[in-house]
Design a binder for this molecule. Structure first.
Ligand SMILES: Nc1ncnc2c1ncn2[C@@H]1O[C@H](COP(=O)(O)OP(=O)(O)OP(=O)(O)O)[C@@H](O)[C@H]1O
Length: 725
């Protein structure tokens, strides 16, 4: 039986355009004035809207504002497993660990680690990033009441490290001895049955997806799994949340609701960017695409077409609603949830009978430092797939059976696509996207230029062993798929931005090197040959960099420039760029010389230390001569006589196993970025130069003491920097 909302209030339409039609190129968009609330919003910012649509939009149930919602979110701290979960039976080692386990490999790139690299040679409009694997996490739901009543045990164990062990299906005495039937799967994160909805927000990688959506990437989060495994629960929470006015503080709210809060939080903090949000919500029911924001009484299906311009499929005439406020996005979610096709069968009272796709388009305009405007169009798809089902088990018949067949068929096509994409040999061949509406619309997320998170939902119960195994295999295959996320932007803007970035980076590098060398210059005013050498080098550097004129352009007028002027500007930038590069090369040569000198001094230093140690030993052995005061390797202060000099102990980081689990988890996630690495390198260089400069200044007798202390401090500081923040 299919239940639907009887009345369907309309929301603002984007003039019947497709989801793809929310183009961005070159246009300026001001942020629409923030109206008091969803109810008070009368006029859509950029769309034609009929009167009844506006009224309906205004009449949607009110939800409190983002501020109060955000405040209502509690901070997560690792929790212990509850007895009620029933999952993870026999897992032993994980019983008292947090529900989420460590991430195993690279997580999907975050907005801040993904450097935008515009293709300068072609002026391509795609700012690309390195290839990335699809991020796959697994969520295991708790045993439900019926399963507990029927005494279904758990078939899953959680050894940690992103692993899940599926026991054999041969329930009974042989189970634990039959090693062949035990399978181990590894994912980025595994959420055990006790994991909360907030855990999924915090640890699944969805936050990065949202950040990247804001940065202009095309992102997708989708839930896959058998019927009743918790997909809808994970994405939206239980269905009764959407009956009447939802309580924003309800801890059962799913990932979509929480993602909206996070999205608005991020947007609020970016005062330098103008954002325009639009949303659409559709379902694929029996291979027909229905607009959940405007299903109409006949639920007329919409056509899925190929767009030459965007190089992807899109749904024609899909409603796209302007969302100026959080409330508007929440209204879209509520509306779609009310209109989607839900049915009941033996395994789930509220089974989704369709695949749903909720898309949030994020259009942004940002003025860069140089006055250039950047327009980007990111989007985030939340996909709730209908569950695969064994019709014998669900006892589907009639309409429900037809739905089940369509669901299984489209999931099978999705499976073929995933399987082909995960196989490096088949990947370049034919991928059967066109065989189902679902795969057409997910094509970009799976193989294209998007960033994708797959949440595989499974049941721990023994009687679902086969389905759980299927899902885990499906998820493992998906994990092997590699995508290459790109930001689409205006080619002119991309080229100029990229050149300006290069110049900025080179200038920083240049300034830093100059500062480091000057430091030495000041530290050794009466230095000898080395100082002269440095001065010579610096003179050479400044004379080589001085001849290039810095282009002066009114960057506000950049869009008005014609082709030749623009080409001239680009040429100037490139010349400046080249000159800075040369200057930096010179500076690097100077640095090399200094480092070589430093090495010589270090060797001398070691020789002196050895000598000092020998002298100390002799002093200690002699009953007549009191031992010389020694220098503490840790404090650098003199210590009483009997103590002899010892080389400092190497600094040791604490054993990893002693760290709490969230720190072990963050060790992977917080791995050092290239920028951080560069910063550390720069600090290291500066420190070395300083040490050497001081060494030149001091008389020989102090050399050993001074160098040793400085090196020790530098070492300790560097070790600290290597620890995750
Ligand atoms: N992690 C969980 N914690 C508590 N209850 C859960 C969890 N996951 C699922 N459930 C409950 O299990 C039942 C089935 O979940 P849900 O409807 O989300 O499954 P589904 O995978 O979306 O199924 P279908 O494919 O049939 O739509 C619901 O009653 C839901 O509240």
């Amino acid at each position: 039986m299919v239940r639907r909302a009887s009345s369907v209030p309309h929301l603002n339409s984007s003039g019947g355009s497709s989801a793809d039609s929310a183009g961005t190129s070159g246009s300026r968009r001001g942020r629409a004035p923030v109206a008091g609330s969803r109810a008070s919003r009368k006029t859509p910012s950029s769309t034609t809207t009929s009167q009844n649509q506006r009224q309906s939009s205004g009449s949607s149930s009110g939800v409190p504002r983002s501020r109060s919602l955000t405040n209502g979110m509690r901070r997560l701290s690792p929790q212990k497993g509850t007895g009620s979960s029933g999952g993870g039976g026999g897992g032993g080692s994980s019983r008292n660990t947090p529900y989420f386990l460590r991430s195993r490999e690279n997580e999907i790139g975050s907005a801040d680690t993904l450097e935008i690299v515009a293709s300068k040679s072609t002026g391509s409009e795609e700012c690309s990033t390195p290839e990335d694997n699809i991020n796959v996490v697994v969520r295991v739901r708790p045993l439900n009441d019926k399963e507990k009543r029927d005494r279904h045990g758990s078939t899953l164990q959680f050894p940690g490290n992103g692993q899940v062990i599926l026991e054999g299906n041969d329930v009974g005495q042989k189970r634990s001895h039959n090693r062949d039937s035990v399978r181990v799967f590894t994912y980025n994160v595994v959420f055990e049955p006790g994991a909360t909805q907030e855990d999924i927000l915090d640890y699944s990688g969805i936050k990065r997806i949202i950040e990247m959506g804001i940065e202009g990437f095309s992102c997708t989060a989708f839930c896959y799994g058998q019927t009743g495994s918790g997909k809808t629960h994970t994405l939206t929470g239980p269905p009764d949340l959407f009956i009447g006015k939802p309580n924003p503080k309800d801890p059962r709210h799913g990932l979509i609701f929480r993602s909206f809060l996070y999205l608005f939080q991020l947007i609020k903090n970016r005062k330098d960017v103008n954002y325009v949000l639009k949303a659409s919500f559709m379902e694929i029911y029996n291979e027909r695409v229905i607009d959940l924001l405007n299903p109409g009484s006949a639920r007329k299906p919409l056509a899925v077409r190929w767009s030459k311009k965007s190089g992807g499929f899109f749904v024609e005439n899909l409603f796209t609603v302007d969302c100026e406020e959080l409330d508007d996005l929440l209204a879209v979610l509520e509306e779609g949830m009310r209109n989607r096709a839900v049915g009941s069968h033996a395994m789930n009272d509220h089974s989704s009978r369709s695949h749903t796709i909720l898309t949030v388009h994020i259009l942004s305009d940002q003025q860069t430092d140089g006055g250039v405007f950047l327009s980007k169009h990111g989007k985030i798809n939340f996909v709730d797939l209908a569950g695969s089902e064994l019709t014998k088990k669900t006892m589907s018949e009639g309409k429900t059976l037809e739905e089940a067949n369509n669901i299984n068929k489209s999931l099978m096509v999705l499976g073929y696509c995933i399987s082909s994409l995960s196989d490096s040999k088949k990947r370049s061949g034919h991928i059967p996207y066109r065989d189902s509406q679902l795969t057409k619309l997910l094509a970009d997320s799976l193989a294209g230029n998007g960033v994708t998170l797959m949440i595989a939902c499974v049941s721990p119960a023994h009687y679902n062993h086969a389905e759980t195994l299927n899902t885990l295999r499906y998820a493992s295959r998906a994990k092997r798929i590699r995508t290459k996320p790109v930001i689409k932007m205006d080619p002119r803007e991309a080229l100029i931005l990229s050149l300006k970035r290069d110049i900025h980076a080179l200038q920083m590098e240049n300034d830093h090197l100059k500062a480091a060398l000057n430091l030495h210059h000041q530290a050794a005013p009466n230095g000898g040959a080395a100082e002269n050498l440095l001065e010579l080098q610096l003179d050479r550097v400044s004379s080589s960099g001085g001849g290039v004129p810095v282009p002066k352009v009114d960057l506000q007028r950049l869009p008005e420039l014609d082709g030749s002027e623009l080409a001239e500007l680009v040429k100037l930038y490139m010349v400046e760029n080249e000159s800075l590069r040369q200057e930096n090369n010179h500076l690097f040569t100077v640095r090399e010389t200094i480092l070589r000198d430093q090495e010589i001094v270090c060797r001398e230093n070691e020789r002196l230390l050895k000598k000092l140690e020998d002298v100390n030993k002799v002093c200690v052995r002699s009953p007549l001569i009191p031992a010389r005061p020694a220098i503490s390797p840790t404090t650098g202060k003199e210590t009483p006589g009997t103590e002899i000099w010892t080389n400092p102990e190497p600094l040791q980081s604490p054993p990893r196993a002693d760290l709490p689990i969230e720190q072990r988890m963050s060790e992977n996630a917080d791995r050092r970025t290239d920028t951080a690495q560069k910063r550390i390198d720069q600090q290291r260089i500066a420190k070395n130069i300083l040490i050497m400069a001081n060494a030149f200044r001091k008389p020989d007798s102090d050399l050993a003491k001074e160098l040793n202390l400085n090196q020790e401090k530098a070492h300790a500081k560097q070790s600290n920097e290597f620890m995750p923040e």
